[in-house]
Design a protein around this ligand. Sequence first.
Ligand code: 6GU
Length: 249
Amino acid sequence: MRIDVITIFPEYLSPLELSLIGKARREGLVDLHVHDLRQWTLDRHRTVDDTPLGGGAGMVMKPEPWAAAFSAVREAGQAVVGGDTEPLIIFPNPAGAPFAQSTAQEWSQCEWLVFACGRYEGIDERVYQHLSDIGCEVALASLGDYVLNGGEVAVLAITEAVVRLVPGVVGNAESLVEESHSDGLLEYPLYTRPARWTDPAGVLREAPPILLSGDHGRIATWRQEQSLARTRQRRPDLLAPADGDTAVS
Ligand code: 6GU
């Protein structure tokens, strides 16, 4: 998988050199490039923003550097992934569609992702129109209902969620099957040795005996029940049918 990130804060993405993603990059499973948007400015001050037309607070990112950036990044990427391959262009944005495990699954199958990190109040709307006019697939993705200062932190989160699903990145693929959200439920509680543990307050805490029974069928059933109970308590919204999903007779 190829990933390009366009940002005015390239250093913000340096954690992508660490841990699992860093290893995936070194092993050639992920070809990740971070670009400074300001390299596509033409003025002495390397300006990427201006005041909003029509007035209002804050600043808006200018269209010209973004159009030049996409053009250059597409061309450089196509030289590697193939001339008729188009990337999925992802704009982290609090007004986007909620990013979920299902989104991560879908995007982990993509050959090429380009992340465009907006800052300030946002990017000039004509950039989105231009990209869809030239046939690019564009997605707006949100991490949740709160506001970050820019897309960089969201790119760290989304990249981690996506890249760990790329085949070969996580050593034990089975560990991806039973985790929270992979089947729409939260994960069951986990225990390890010692099975009998006295905590620092002097309380003896025993792991559920069923986990020591060796009966894999009953353990699987118990875990399923625990997942369901935990989801009902912490995230009832995951069990309720979404608004608008109810059949109309
Ligand atoms: Cl993806 N971007 C920004 N700027 N704020 C957010 C977000 C994304 N998701 C939640 N808040």
